[in-house]
Write a protein of this length. Structure first.
Length: 156
């Protein structure tokens, strides 16, 4: 989906203004393989389920106000498929603990896929402002488009 400049700016502004969305972290779920976006979606959905089940006791699917959301923007490069992630973490959860659990779970999902070596890269305000981090994560992937590769985003 190609966003207009105004749509992109509106989206960036909404990410930065919503303090539940952790734009102060740069998070990338790397598969280190050329996986389809459909498979990446399934693995990220599993990651979301594992993390939410860990932090929310009981029927976590029904406790919407407590749920941790992974807002994912997929990218495929010539070397691998990965997803830039914004975390939406309710105040009742410690974001550092959520990230540590997500990192362990993502690595385990890769091991269960037998031949994948998944990595979850996390950097706190690695570059620029929250606005520049948001803009980087939702950018149009011109290199991918020029190479004829897919460009898609999804929300888990």
């Amino acid at each position: 989906m190609k966003l207009s400049t105004k749509q992109k700016q509106d989206l960036i502004d909404s990410y930065v203004q919503n303090k539940d969305i952790r734009t102060d972290y740069e998070i990338v779920a790397n598969t280190r393989t050329q996986m389809s976006f459909e498979s990446l979606d399934k693995n990220l959905s599993l990651l979301s389920a594992i993390v939410n089940k860990h932090f929310i006791k009981g029927k976590w699917q029904k406790k919407l106000s407590e749920r941790i959301i992974f807002d994912c923007w997929h990218q495929r490069t010539a070397q691998h498929t990965h997803s830039h992630i914004f975390l939406i973490v309710p105040p009742i959860h410690n974001v550092e603990l959520v990230i540590m659990r997500a990192r362990c779970a993502w690595h385990s999902i890769g091991i269960k896929n037998k031949h994948f070596n998944f990595d979850l890269y996390v950097k706190k305000k690695h570059f620029g402002t929250e606005e520049s981090i948001s803009a980087y994560n939702i950018r149009d992937f011109y290199d991918d488009i020029n190479l004829g590769l897919e460009n898609k985003h999804s929300r888990h």
